[in-house]
Write a protein that binds this ligand. Sequence first.
Ligand code: ADP
Length: 421
Amino acid sequence: MTQSTAIQSQERGRILSKFADLIEQHTEELAALDALDAGRLFEWGKAVDIPSAAKTVRYYAGAADKIHGQVLKMSREFHAYTLLEPAGVVGHIIPWNFPTTVFVLKVSPSLAAGCTVVVKPAEQTPLSALFYAHLAKQAGIPDGVINVVTGFGPTAGAAISSHMDVDVVSFTGSTEVGRKIMQAAALSNLKPVSLELGGKSPLLIFNDADVDQAADQALLGGEVCAASSRVFVQEGIYDEFVEKLAEKAKTWVVGDPFDPKTRLGPQVDKKQYDKILSYIEDGKREGATLLTGGKPVGTKGYYIQPTIFTDVKEDMLIAKDEIFGPVMSLMKFKTIEEGIKCANNTQYGLAAGIITKNLDVANTVSRSIRAGVIWVNCYFAVDDDCPFGGYKMSGFGRDLGLDAIHKYLLVKSVATPLHNS
Ligand code: ADP
């Protein structure tokens, strides 16, 4: 039995709540670590990332003592029930874009389930994970329950996915690496995996939208796996929308993530910076029109202007590949059917946004888009109780929500005759 399973579930909840309190008490330090490491905006970290992380831990703290099986009906005179048992050692492999958010949304449900965890943060952004481990120890989480292993993907990451004593792997990152993790799991001990992978999420803006608000929602995406990197605008408001979006994008200050005026921080490293600039060149070469941005900012650091392309065709690289940077492709559509078809014309299916005042349109489109998360008249409304994860090549399995706990549990059926004669 692992150490954490020896702790009763109420006690687990109590310790997790203490962990949440400590996260709140160290909001500034944690936000600073993510700003230094990942270039996340310091003010945003203080106001959103870190308080939300504490909330997520508290959500699962409350769930820890409400995990139980069912009494079953057998077709014979038997008493039968299920036990939900901790899966054991869970490996979490996490990316650089949301070092705090992904750490807590992976670790908290697995601890609530009674598992122990081995977490590998991205090589670019290990600092906050190490600090979370330190806070976890202060909260009373026993030694050996949260293990943070820093290192590179092909070595430290691969060691987790191929390890015979790791019982489950939960991964967030690229589709390419997700495939390798699934393969390593299959070739080792057949551990179950859950994969939250890339996206090329569409945002559909219909003629009846408030153009000003729609432009704000479109800009909200940014550098996230669920970014609204393909924006489809219905033809009646297309020109007005393009004008408004360009106006707003130009006001965005790019720069130091510690400066409160900054709206867009640096890219995480040179590799990512070069990749984004190379996609921008692809966009220009393939004939898209650069509406705003397209260039690096300054000569020091990895800063890139918010970049918007118009006249994008669906088969261009910028419309197909996940870029993971401030690059948006604008396209025009006529009918609802065409909008749905465009939205679904991708190998990915992580998220989608719809902006309309027409309930019928919202309902039809929500049901027709093949994606795991749909935001109607909002964008990136991620919350603890809302399952998050993809369809198609955006992966499978869900983070967040109570169901996420079940990724880290095993179901055992127990049956016994009612009469021993
Ligand atoms: P991104 O494109 O967001 O950088 P990656 O998929 O490259 O995402 O990386 C996400 C995480 O996966 C990182 O922690 C990285 O170190 C890890 N990783 C990369 N390659 C492998 C691998 N072969 N096996 C396991 N983990 C890996």
